[in-house]
Design a protein around this ligand. Sequence first.
Ligand SMILES: O=P(O)(O)OC[C@H]1O[C@H](OP(=O)(O)OP(=O)(O)O)[C@H](O)[C@@H]1O
Ligand SMILES: O=c1cc[nH]c(=O)[nH]1
Ligand SMILES: [Mg+2]
Length: 228
Amino acid sequence: MATLLSSGNVSPGGWRLLLSVMDVRVVDHPLVKARLSTMRDARTNSAAFRAALQELTLMLIYEATRGAEVAVEPIHTPVARTNGYRLANPPLLVPVLRAGLGMADQAHRLIPEAQMGFVGLARDETTLQPTPYLESLPADLAGRPVLVLDPMLATGGSMVHTISLLADRGATDVTAICTLAAPEGVRRLEESGLPVRVVTASIDERLNESGYIVPGLGDAGDREYGAV
Ligand SMILES: O=P(O)(O)OC[C@H]1O[C@H](OP(=O)(O)OP(=O)(O)O)[C@H](O)[C@@H]1O
Ligand SMILES: O=c1cc[nH]c(=O)[nH]1
Ligand SMILES: [Mg+2]
């Protein structure tokens, strides 16, 4: 069970922390709030929704990789010799289709050296259980950081399924990048005991009786690509 610290508890790095056994980071930044508001607004059309999601993805990944290991190598500027830096161990990016596809290109632009795997899941709207339809992942993930991209963490069923696939392949350093999370999903992830931390723009109030996040933003996949 998550122990929630006061929502006014802000770290020196500017993150509002809801710390428990599992590391959950809510990126508390005015630009993050502005893009999230655009996504929440029911008047936002698909093109504007996708644009806001891309910009928000940039900011969430920027924060999520703040502590990434860097390799240092000498470079020459036109003026002098100095240290150059690059990611020592680029992550595997794993968008969860459909909705996570809207985060994939932006994440890849930020980390062009990253490899990408894919997981496809559709939540049954009655049982709220994820139905898998695609799994394209490297066989061995031991020692590799993984960033899972999915805008929504609701009941947590889809994320638990995805991270179980990664853990089965040896992943121990997994970060779930979620635009929005419900407290129920955060709790489920924590209780799963899987090796994961969460970076999100908001932990909303609750799930409604249909399993949607409240206030949320609706069905992320439908808002990006149209209803199916
Ligand atoms: O935490 P959960 O209760 O499992 O719900 C979250 C899942 O629901 C959405 O996908 P959805 O199943 O709607 O598929 P879509 O991306 O194709 O719309 C979302 O993108 C997550 O993958
Ligand atoms: O609110 C929700 C919950 C699950 N999936 C979505 O896309 N939105
Ligand atoms: Mg959907």
